[in-house]
Design a binder for this molecule. Structure first.
Ligand code: ADP
Length: 662
């Protein structure tokens, strides 16, 4: 193939522009990205070679080599991994295939500072080479193809790149960076070793550099030993040494790994810019043996709500990388967990299909789920400084003074976690029956006594009133709507706490939960009003009398609203409002029905029950009013408005109100 010129995909050009213009402040990440590509290429070779050992040709030892040439101003990263064919080079180094990078592109604001931060989060892979190079040459040959089918790819990182055939004896890829003047510092052994130590120590593959040694300069006067020498220099010795630890981080004993190394490894595998919230690292022994290193991120990714999003777990078998996004290893409601599972038992050629069926995988999945839940329980337990810790301590000592450093670090962490991921965790109630009890204990809600999402079901239960036999909650679109619902009026009056649920998943998740620790959960907007023992006899009598004397009015209301309301009845749940809407005990809430409709899904037509407050002036006026029909409809529509809905015919509503106002 003679030289061909190709244009970059438009997004690549955009990305390249950004890379070269705003990333300079963190330029060293280019090495991390290129070494990681080299390592991936070796992983791919190892994987393909499982079924075809010929691919190793005569070089079975996979490795990455770094070398530089100060005179030529080049830095080269060479791997003997899978390599690329010409078509692969054109496809992979000319477009952005990865959805993550595409995602990233769509987030660019044009503001260099924040865009540069974003890049750190996403990683730009190969293209980051252009941070330090004004030209990149890639020489490569796919494993298993003849030497004549090598490829040279060259680009200056602007609009296009060139590709031509190359004779290349060795398999794999060399990325040759032609360094910019301001990036010449990277043509230096110490510098490169430092960066490899920082980002790539955990790469299980050896990263080699040629050893250097000091050589004195030549004698200025060859005949006079004392006459001085030319300046000396470090020279290459032709001997190569491994400069990284070359052992996968998760295989090392915990005590040998620093928090910083854990955090760096997390950033590498998750492409997250921020450090993780916490992690758990264990070797699990028993009928199934594996190592797990699982992280909780500190921030939710943009696509958290995409349930099709793959889990963030990388699967290794005996240190050989098998696959990314191994969703069989983590339930969907824990899809935010990132990490590595390295199994000692699975076959190396395990396929995605096989993963779904394997008993070992099931055991790993259960084990990982339990681990994550324990990690969360631990955070939840230490989220607030425990009262107990201050017991016995001197009065002046702050709570934090008596906590261990480790416990101090955990303060507030669960709250942070829950703010980001709590809503996803709730999906587990419908998904993971085996762990439902544990999940329930991890939930936090706002309530009529707490605006922050900090009330656990156990807290609520402990605060329940004498004689209260249900845990009350209300679901609404927003906290304000929940707090101001008419249904809460009598609860407020009697000082009974009600949980305020405002996550979209709450209603759905609660379908699967009928009680907590033996106490039923009861929506205050569903079913007939019954406070049980909390209502005294007098109140009950008064309600019955009111209902009795109201019967004729109710019959008329029912008739007037027969198209809108399932039923009309009097209630004692209201104090200040004239009316409210409720649904039957097992009915879908109006809020959920609305949500489904908005999402374009089919939802049953919910016909609510209108409950009226016989003590309210407006309701008292109904009897004998000439405006009965209009008042009835206004009552209904206002109850609908109060709980976040819209009258079916808003114009008619306005007309009726105006007629009365006039
Ligand atoms: P990513 O590695 O995240 O997919 P990159 O932009 O870094 O994105 O690389 C794009 C693609 O180019 C890779 O997915 C891979 O197919 C190919 N590639 C990059 N570097 C190498 C390499 N050293 N050896 C073989 N293929 C490579």
């Amino acid at each position: 193939m003679s030289k061909q010129t190709h244009s970059f995909q438009a997004e690549v050009s955009q990305l390249l522009h950004l890379v070269t213009h705003s990333l300079y402040s963190n330029s060293e990440i280019f090495l991390r990205e290129l070494v990681s590509n080299a390592s991936d290429a070796c992983d791919k070779l190892r994987f393909e070679a499982l079924n075809n050992t010929a691919l190793y040709e005569d070089a079975p030892e996979l490795q990455v080599r770094l070398s530089f040439d100060t005179a030529a101003k080049t830095l080269t990263i060479t791997d003997n991994g899978i390599g690329m064919t010409a078509q692969e080079a054109i496809d992979h180094l000319g477009t952005i295939a990865k959805s993550g990078t595409k995602d990233f592109m769509s987030k660019l604001s044009g503001d260099q500072k924040s865009d540069a931060q974003l890049i750190g989060q996403f990683g730009v892979g190969f293209y980051s080479g252009f941070i330090v190079a004004d030209k990149i040459t890639v020489d490569t040959r796919r494993a298993g193809v003849p030497a004549e089918q090598g490829v040279r790819w060259v680009s200056g990182g602007t609009g296009d790149f060139e590709v031509e055939t190359l004779n290349r004896a060795e398999r794999g890829t060399s990325v040759i960076l032609h360094l910019r003047e301001e990036a010449l510092e990277y043509a230096n052994t110490w510098k490169l070793k430092e960066i490899v130590g920082k980002y790539s120590d955990h790469i299980s593959l050896p990263i080699l550099m040629e050893k250097e040694e000091w050589k004195d300069g030549e004698l200025i006067d060859p005949k006079d030993e004392k006459g001085g020498r030319q300046p000396g220099a470090m020279v290459k010795t032709g001997e190569w040494e491994t400069i990284n630890k070359a052992s996968a981080l998760w295989t090392r004993p915990k005590k040998d790994i620093t928090d910083e190394q854990y955090a760096d490894f997390y950033k590498q595998i998750s492409r997250d810019f921020e450090a993780p919230l916490t992690w758990t690292h264990n070797r699990v022994e028993g009928s199934t043996e594996y190592t797990q290193l699982l992280y909780l991120p500190s921030k939710a990714p943009q696509d958290l709500w995409n349930r099709d999003k793959k889990a963030g777990i990388k699967l290794y078998v005996k240190r050989v990388f098998i696959m990314d996004e191994a969703e069989a290893l983590m339930p969907s409601y824990l899809r935010f967990v990132k990490g590595v599972v390295d199994s000692a038992d699975l076959p190396l050629n395990v396929s995605r299909e096989l993963l779904q069926e394997s008993r070992d995988v099931k055991a790993i999945r259960e084990g990982c789920t339990k681990r994550v839940l324990s990690m969360l329980e631990d955070l939840a337990k230490h989220d607030k400084a425990p009262e107990a810790a201050t017991e016995g301590a001197s009065k002046d000592a702050g709570v934090t003074d008596v906590l261990s450093d480790e416990d101090k670090a955990k303060l507030g962490q669960y709250t942070r976690f829950y703010t980001e991921f709590g809503a996803v965790l709730k999906e587990g109630l419908g998904e993971d029956f085996a762990n439902r009890e544990r999940l329930l204990k991890l939930l936090r809600f706002a309530s009529t006594t707490s605006d922050t999402m900090s009330v656990s079901l156990a807290d609520y239960k402990a605060r329940m009133k004498e004689g209260q036999d249900a845990m009350y909650y209300i679901t609404a679109d927003t906290l304000a709507a929940a707090k101001n619902s008419p249904q809460l009026e009598v609860f407020k009056k009697k000082g009974i706490e009600v949980l305020l649920m405002t996550d979209r998943v709450d209603e759905w998740a609660l379908n699967f939960v009928h009680e907590f620790d033996g106490t039923p959960l009861q929506s205050v907007a569903k079913g007939a009003f019954d406070l049980g023992k909390l209502q005294d006899e007098e109140e009950k009598k008064a309600a019955e009398t009111a209902a009795e004397s109201f019967k004729p009015v109710l019959a008329k209301l029912k008739e007037a609203l027969k198209d809108k309301a399932e039923d009309v009845r009097v209630t004692s749940r209201l104090v200040d409002s004239p009316a409210c809407l409720v649904v039957t005990d097992d009915g879908m809430s109006m809020q959920l029905a609305r949500m489904l409709k908005q999402a374009g899904q089919s939802a049953p037509e919910v016909k609510p029950v209108l409950e009226v407050n016989p003590e309210h002036a407006l309701v008292k006026k109904l009897d004998g009013s000439v405006h009965f029909h209009d008042l009835a409809h206004i009552l209904f529509d206002q109850a609908l408005l109060a709980e976040g809905g819209l009258p079916a015919d808003p114009a008619a509503y306005v007309k009726r109100v105006n007629a009365l106002l006039a």
